[in-house]
Design a protein around this ligand. Structure first.
Ligand code: DLZ
Length: 196
């Protein structure tokens, strides 16, 4: 299995704040993607305390969560309450407990420089897949353009579990696309600052 994407480019993520929002459907695949994403963020120099991880029930909920999380991080940066973006989204630690890497980190504040939305949509026998895939991709793009903040599209839209595993590095020789999303988040956050 080959990674057909462009050669990964690593940028310096020191000082960046990144939010990851992931769906809980297909959680074994999500776990692997989340780990790959976080590993690359850390490798690029993003500190653990500057990575906020939140979960939502399914991919459908990703756009609203990304939008609210970003807005909350802006509000908190202009107030002195010290409230974390996770708190403002109403997150509890219990909905994150099933995912080992998904610990909410509340030790840093300020607007996010990039957000990563992770979901796994597997085509079933009904039209659910088509409706959700289309709406989620459009919703995430809209949040990104409306806010001017990079929203990385970490949503797999696949026909079956095997295809999902192959994109999460869970099959022999396969590549974990979460790694690409971590790198893309850092690159776009750095370039957005340069283009400001
Ligand atoms: C309902 C549903 C279905 C059928 N399939 C998936 C899926 O493959 N991946 C995913 O992330 N979510 C799925 N969902 C749940 C919806 O995204 C959403 O959470 C519910 O419809 C509630 O709004």
């Amino acid at each position: 299995m080959h990674n057909k994407g462009p050669a990964p480019v690593r940028h310096d993520g020191t000082g960046l704040r990144v939010a990851i929002v992931h769906a809980r459907w297909n959680d074994n695949i999500i776990n692997a993607l989340l780990e790959g994403t976080k590993a690359k963020l850390l490798e690029c120099g993003v500190s653990e305390s500057n990575i906020v991880v939140q979960s939502v029930p399914g991919s459908w909920e990703l756009p609203i969560a990304v939008q609210r999380l970003y807005s909350a991080s802006q509000v908190q940066s202009s107030s002195s309450s010290g409230t974390s973006a996770g708190d403002l989204l109403g997150a509890s630690t219990t909905d994150l407990a099933s995912l080992p890497t998904a610990s909410p980190s509340a030790s840093s504040t300020g607007p996010f420089d990039a957000l990563i939305a992770i979901g796994v949509l597997i085509k079933g026998e009904t039209m659910h897949f088509e409706y959700i895939s289309d709406s989620v991709s459009q919703g995430l793009m809209r949040v990104s353009l409306d806010t001017g903040v990079p929203v990385i599209f970490g949503v797999l839209t696949v026909l079956n579990d095997e295809q999902a595993q192959a994109r999460a590095g869970l099959r022999p020789g396969s590549h974990n696309h979460g790694e690409d999303w971590g790198l893309a988040a850092v690159e776009m956050a750095v370039k957005r600052k340069a283009w400001a």
